[in-house]
Design a protein around this ligand. Structure first.
Ligand SMILES: NC(=O)C1=CN([C@@H]2O[C@H](COP(=O)(O)OP(=O)(O)OC[C@H]3O[C@@H](n4cnc5c(N)ncnc54)[C@H](OP(=O)(O)O)[C@@H]3O)[C@@H](O)[C@H]2O)C=CC1
Ligand SMILES: O=C(O)[C@@H]1CCC=N1
Length: 280
């Protein structure tokens, strides 16, 4: 496909909005405002602002006339909205139109059942995509290999892009990096709460927790050391960190075991979502 690929974004919320913002911000995405159609009855505030800033075409529901020129439909609705979205969209999508699905759990088989045999790429990103600090893991069906270069270019604005051959790994990636930011935000909440419980003023506890996670992220980003090495560099023998780590690593496997179980639950849920009948 050429640089002037016409793209319809179906669902302009957190995830769709993060990608569109990146496309319009970054020239190397190859996406111009004229290439884009936003399809969503109620786009997020971020996308609404982009629609106004770039004079993007926007409709609540797709029409056959509008979709006739589309080369790529980017699916970014919630899995629960998929059946309704497919009923509106599938009969009108041109035969040559490819699909890039950002949806968790929804398998290639389900996508081709709903939308017909066509090139499909499934990608799992995360909301840090909005800052170009996400990461995407992708898989293509046989026909989808024709749009791998295009998908990589579009997703690269969101952060690194990895490809796998085994679709089942998308569920594992969803559980690690798709949902992962929420685990880190929970840690920030818990750290702030613990600081408050130790007597810090609420605002200072929140600030310390937030900046600590930002700083730790910056160290991960800027260092060649492994997370384990970085942790050890904070942990003086017999010191305060060691006392805390003993608690976090203790009792029944501690935090690593809890994270293992959490990621396993997310992966399992992703498989259930793929198997669920419409509307669940
Ligand atoms: N949020 C995240 O961290 C991540 C999300 N994902 C995946 O991205 C997808 C979207 O998630 P997220 O962005 O959080 O969801 P949002 O609810 O923020 O965005 C979805 C948007 O789609 C709109 N919508 C619903 N039905 C239709 C329709 N028939 N046609 C067009 N638009 C429609 C919604 O409108 P309304 O609100 O009015 O229903 C909403 O604006 C999901 O499938 C999720 O699995 C993947 C990785 C990370
Ligand atoms: O919670 C979810 O289902 C989506 C997929 C990954 C992050 N959010």
């Amino acid at each position: 496909m050429s640089k002037s690929t016409k793209i319809a974004l179906i669902g302009a919320g957190n995830m769709g909005g993060a990608l569109v913002a990146g496309w319009l911000r970054t020239k190397r995405s190859g996406v111009t405002p004229q290439d884009l159609i936003i399809i969503d009855p109620a786009p997020s505030d971020v996308v609404q602002a982009l629609i106004e800033q770039y004079q993007l075409r926007h409709v609540a529901t797709a029409t056959a006339k509008l979709l006739a020129e589309i080369d790529l439909a980017v699916l970014a609705v919630k899995p629960q909205a998929l059946e309704k979205t497919a009923a509106e969209l599938a009969p009108q999508l041109p035969a040559q139109c490819a699909i890039l699905s950002l949806m968790a759990g929804i398998t290639m088989t389900r996508l081709t059942t709903l939308f017909g045999d066509r090139p499909v790429v499934r990608a799992m990103s995360n909301t840090a995509a909005a800052l170009g600090a996400g990461i995407s893991v992708c898989v293509a069906n046989d026909a989808g290999s024709a749009i791998e270069t295009l998908a990589t270019r579009l997703l690269k604005v969101a952060g690194p892009v990895e490809w796998v051959n085994d679709e089942r790994l998308i569920g594992a990636a969803t559980a690690v990096s798709g949902s992962g930011p929420a685990y880190v935000f929970l840690l920030a909440e818990a750290l702030a709460g613990a600081g408050f419980a130790e007597g810090l003023p609420r605002e200072l506890a929140d600030k310390l927790a937030r900046q600590t996670i930002i700083g730790a992220g910056a160290l991960l980003a800027g260092s060649d050391k492994t997370p384990q090495e970085l942790r050890r560099s904070v942990t003086s023998p017999g010191g305060t960190t060691q006392a805390a780590i003993d608690v976090l690593m203790g009792g029944g496997g501690g935090l690593p075991e809890l994270v293992r179980q959490a990621v396993s639950a997310a992966e399992r849920r992703s498989r259930q979502m793929g198997a669920e009948p419409p509307g669940r």
